[in-house]
Design a protein around this ligand. Sequence first.
Ligand code: ATR
Length: 279
Amino acid sequence: MADRAVKAFVCGHPIAHSRSPKIHGFWLKKHGIAGFYDAIDMAPENFEAFLGGLAENGLAGGNITIPHKEAAYRFADRRDAAAEEIGAVNTLWFEDGQLCATNTDAHGFAANLDEYAPGWTKAGAAVVLGAGGASRAVIFALKQRGFTDIRIVNRTVARAAELADRFGEGVSAHPSDAVSELLSDAGLLVNTTALGMHGNAEIPADPSHLPDHAIVTDIVYVPLETPLLAAARMRGLKTVDGLGMLLHQAVPGFERWFGVRPEVTPELRSLIVSDLGAK
Ligand code: ATR
């Protein structure tokens, strides 16, 4: 019955750029589920009231994006280990009337590399560029997948130091000018800064300093091939773009709300690639 249809959402400010409605819409259609997944633009001053009214508005849960991920973390009744360690959440759902929260960005990051760079967990030392919210999810994933030498490089080294303290053993903080040396024996380079996004030609680090076996990945996916990935490819290195992280982070939420674990397929990827190209 239509009035029983499950309703979920993505909430951010702004939200027009979000590809999440396309991703979840694809899966709803594919599985023949009469559910809804809509984008909701909510200014920060109204966000808590919005979360407080989810149940009475018939919403089963949803995704949370910039700038609300920390506020949602604070508001949730229950948080899992990923949420606690990352300190920000992107997925909410109800269990026994309680608002539960997790962060699926770490899962998305790892699942993308599992798909496109099998064996990546044996890369050795990892260099992570950036120390913001996205960096926290990446570091959590790296620690979970067994990395014991994680080098955070950030323009503002104090932010990198804060993260190194937060994540403890095996995570170190470095200023930007140390990057060439840090790359020389690293097996994985991850960019979590916005450098390279939307036609910004700046490269956050020079991949020519990496050894031949290194893997380079970017969480930026507009453009799909960032200047960093292009430089790494020219250098002959294995590269993985950021779109898979976006697609894979959506999987656990869909499963919570709609009861089916969806798949990230080439068809879904093509749909989103053409949507990115169209805007
Ligand atoms: P997100 O949640 O997406 O990670 P964020 O918390 O704003 O966003 O973090 C952005 C990251 O990109 C930070 O590491 C930032 O460096 P600072 O901590 O020094 O600000 C980095 N960043 C943004 N613009 C940059 C630039 N022009 N050069 C170098 N690093 C930059």
